[in-house]
Design a protein around this ligand. Sequence first.
Ligand SMILES: [Zn+2]
Length: 529
Amino acid sequence: MIQLVWFPGECAYSLVARAYLQSPYCSWRETNKAIFNIKHVRINVLLPGRLFAFAELTTHSIDEVRVKATGHVLFALGLVDIKSRERLINASTETGEKAFGSSLLAVSKLTFAQEIKACPLCAISDEAKYGVPYWHIIHQYQGVSVCHKHGIRLAVHKTGEGGINRQYVLPLWEKDEEIKSSNITEKTLSRYIAKLHELLCVFTPITPLNELYQQWLSGRELLTSNGHIRWRILKPQLLSYWHSLFCSIEPVLPLELKGFQFVPTMIHKPRNMHYIKHVLLMAFLSRTPEEFFNGPAEAEKECETKDKPVRNIEKRALELLFAGNSMRSVASQISCSIGYLKQLALRNHIEVERRRQHITADIERTVWRKAFYGIHREVIAGELHISIGAVEQIIQSHQGLSQWRHHLLIIRRLITRQKELLAFIASHPGKPRNYIKNDCGAYMWLYKNNKDWLYQHLPPAQSRVYYPSVNWGARDIILVAQLMSLKPVYSSLSQIDRELGGHGWLLKYRNQLPMSLDFAKKLLVLPKV
Ligand SMILES: [Zn+2]
């Protein structure tokens, strides 16, 4: 039996390929017979079966081979219940087909290309280090298109019928071949999957993924208080985050994923899903898989001082002020102005240093009294020879005074506008409402702020007059038809009009009835001179 040194991160297919190259027969059938005791075997690069054979080949345990040489750890992540995971593990030790049936096909209906991938730079460095290039398991994951170590695009070779098929090959790289660059989104996804694989090799998550998603989404205010997803906000964010994965000629992921319709199911009704769907949401919510499994609380702690949400500024400022911090230090900690802090402190009865030694209790009372009457700050400051800031500070320190002053201001404006409207009506007697609306500025202000008063004081609305619309062209034709039955015996248009019914149309509306007028003139018998 052949035994091989297992290179770091080497996948199961790569082990057989190396065994094939070492065997004297140069036949994949013979290699299969020697390793698996059967001639026709097709090894899946991500979910190979017959793990006992690989275990023997590497002299490692089946579990170690399963975790490190196959993609089982990530596929197991997509399975909701433990029994499914166990089934996946048991099946994978027997045949590849069963592993497929109970995991990949059950997990997902997504179709990925059958391919094997390698990083050119990894191939070169592996050859230099181990004497032979080999296939890495991390590169084989669906969704990985970039080497997480070198950041370059992976070279892709087709497998299955028409491709490598049952042959055993190792990655080959000519030195003058082109190295393709990749975009940042592809790198993000590939690195995340690589890190997730590394993490899952040593760690088994216990918390259900949907609970973690809910924690993360609620931390980002993407869940309502009832626990529903704010889908109208989340979906565009996901689309723009992963946009470039779907827009190249050969998209990295199947286009079925583009709509992210699986996200609500994943959060509310968890069921078996392809790991790529989980990765798309996890990598959107967190920078690394470790951060994701630690939950949003850990991530928040890191950026507590930097990215505090705006709504918490007031709470945070109060905490710091109550703790006895100076206003200057609080202002620099949460990046706000001292003026804002001073008002906040005064509203919440926190004693702060005030530079108003010459403001006596008497002056303060006078300021309050004048402010209560709604006198302008500037006027109060001028009368008492103190600064406007000091007046403002006293106003703000009395709860409700500022709102009262605003109320007074509105009332004053209302009175002025009402007087203005009444004066306009008095100076324009008999004018209709529309005229007042167009020519008096107070009308619209009162309409918006005090509609009831406005309608009580406007002149009474004029009753509507009905003006029927007339089709003068049609009436002209009808009149001509009537005139055609008359004989030319009339001496005036009035006489003809009376003959037609005496409605006066020929006299009053002659401009609208040009044909009738011409015809009627022909019926006139002018007196001989
Ligand atoms: Zn590489």
